[in-house]
Design a protein around this ligand. Structure first.
Ligand code: UD1
Length: 417
């Protein structure tokens, strides 16, 4: 299994290009199920999760073709097998995103239940309840969800809690439903807006994405379209955190500061200077960061997908920080690994108290999920000596060429088998 070997202690300097957002690309690729025409998706990141989604679509009968680097053409004219098998779903929970579009387009779908994952229980009950409210009959047998509906019917859905993929699944299903669907307490994440833009380019009538009430007038048919995926705000924020921790000056191209207010505020509080325009963000930092307390929350709050990276920052910061996780119940597994590098972290329930120390020590550590892996890489960049981050297949799920991009910024990092 691949690992990353990092020699810590280099300030990051230079420019890198940010990739398209994984969490926007996945629902947008799933939206190709909704039409028999061709959807062209640009700025698609080359990631394991994207390949998994393409594999899932291909085995359903969709044609998926790489038209150019980062550009995929997906055609649903031959969709014949509305099934998401366990083998694929177990490697990527976001596979559940095919459920809504399949029922809407085919009238039935069999999708494996995702099961538990490293960061918590992550049920899909709200996806199911929403589709049932739209008239779908859903049974669970042998680990599979089996959903059926002649044609989904628009209705009012109030989500019990804010769910990103739940909102996206229901929005896609509602696009082809009969009548109007109103989703209340909808997720306001920018990726939901990007999906709405793509759906509207396909002929859907989605209004209000980005607010907590989304209204979808169902249409009979969607058509082909071309859409470029938004930049990855979590990749952007991960590089900015890395530069704040190591010191140095980096410029990130092809991304937007407007997506990251909560994170940028915290990086400034940590001591970084940040300048941004529509197309790039420049961050400069010197010396040890100041400790910053964070509390994760749905957008526009501080993203849970940046919690682990900020714990790495706080581990070497001047002062003591409280890191509170409110979205997932078991998302502190990186704390134990950071401790193996000498960090002073105490976890009590959903809060970690991190007392910053001058320097971490390089060690062999193991990643348990995608963002925890990123946390350990950042820790390695500032640690004394060599850090080996094992099990990096998680990183390959969500960061495009992380080690190449960090090397280009001057980090000493390499991949080994
Ligand atoms: C998405 C993101 C993930 C991010 C998360 C929170 C994608 C592909 N993934 O995941 O990177 O960390 O948002 O910002 O976009 N919940 C239920 N029942 C449901 C659905 C969710 O109880 O039916 C709970 C979850 O267990 C969790 C919370 O709701 O505690 C939020 O989860 P959700 O927003 O659904 O996360 P994902 O969409 O899976």
């Amino acid at each position: 299994m691949d690992k990353l070997i990092i020699e810590g202690g280099r300030a990051l300097e230079g420019r890198v290009r940010i990739s398209g957002a994984k969490n926007a690309a996945l629902p947008i690729l799933a939206a190709s199920i909704l039409t028999s025409e061709t959807l062209c998706v640009e700025n698609v990141p080359r990631l394991r999760d994207v390949s998994t989604m393409c594999g899932l679509l291909t085995q359903m009968g969709l044609w998926v073709r790489q038209a150019a680097p980062g550009a995929l053409e997906l055609s649903g004219h031959a969709l014949s097998n509305p099934l998401a098998p366990y083998d694929l779903v177990k490697t990527m929970r976001a596979s559940i995103l095919v459920l809504g579009p399949l029922v809407a387009r085919c009238g039935h779908a069999r999708v494996s239940l995702p099961g538990g994952c490293a960061i918590g229980l992550r049920p899909v009950d709200l996806h199911i309840k929403g589709l049932q409210a739209m008239g779908a009959e859903i049974d669970i047998a042998h680990g599979y969800l089996h959903a059926r509906a002649q044609r989904l019917k628009g209705t009012r859905i109030v989500l019990d809690l804010v769910t990103v993929t739940g909102t996206e699944n229901l929005m896609m299903a509602a696009a082809l439903a009969e009548g109007t669907t109103v989703i209340e307490n909808a997720a306001r994440e920018p990726e939901v807006i990007d999906l709405a833009r793509c759906l509207n380019a396909m002929g859907a009538q989605v209004r209000g994405a980005g607010s907590d009430i989304i209204t979808i007038e169902g249409v009979d048919k969607l058509h082909g379209a071309r859409h470029a995926v938004m930049p990855d705000r979590i990749e952007t924020a991960t590089f900015l955190a890395a530069a704040t921790m190591t010191g140095g000056r980096i410029t990130l191209e092809g991304t937007s500061a407007g997506l990251l207010d909560a994170v940028l505020d915290k990086l400034r509080e940590a001591g970084a200077s940040i300048a941004a325009n529509d197309a790039e963000i420049t961050l400069e930092a010197q010396g040890r960061p100041r400790a910053v307390s964070i509390r994760t929350a749905p957008y526009p709050g501080f993203p849970t997908d940046m919690q682990a990276q900020f714990m790495a920052l706080d581990a070497i910061a001047d002062g003591t920080a409280r890191v509170t996780e409110t979205i997932f119940e078991n998302r502190f597994m990186h704390a134990q690994e950071l401790k193996r590098m000498g960090a002073d972290v105490e976890v009590e329930g959903n809060t970690a108290v991190v007392r910053g120390i001058e320097r971490l020590d390089g060690a062999t550590v193991m990643a348990t999920d995608l963002r925890a892996s990123a946390c350990l890489v950042l820790a390695g960049l500032v640690a004394r000596g060599e850090t080996v981050v094992d099990r990096i297949y998680h990183l390959d799920r969500g960061y495009e060429q992380l080690e190449a991009k960090l090397s280009a910024l001057g980090a000493r990092i390499r991949r080994a088998a």
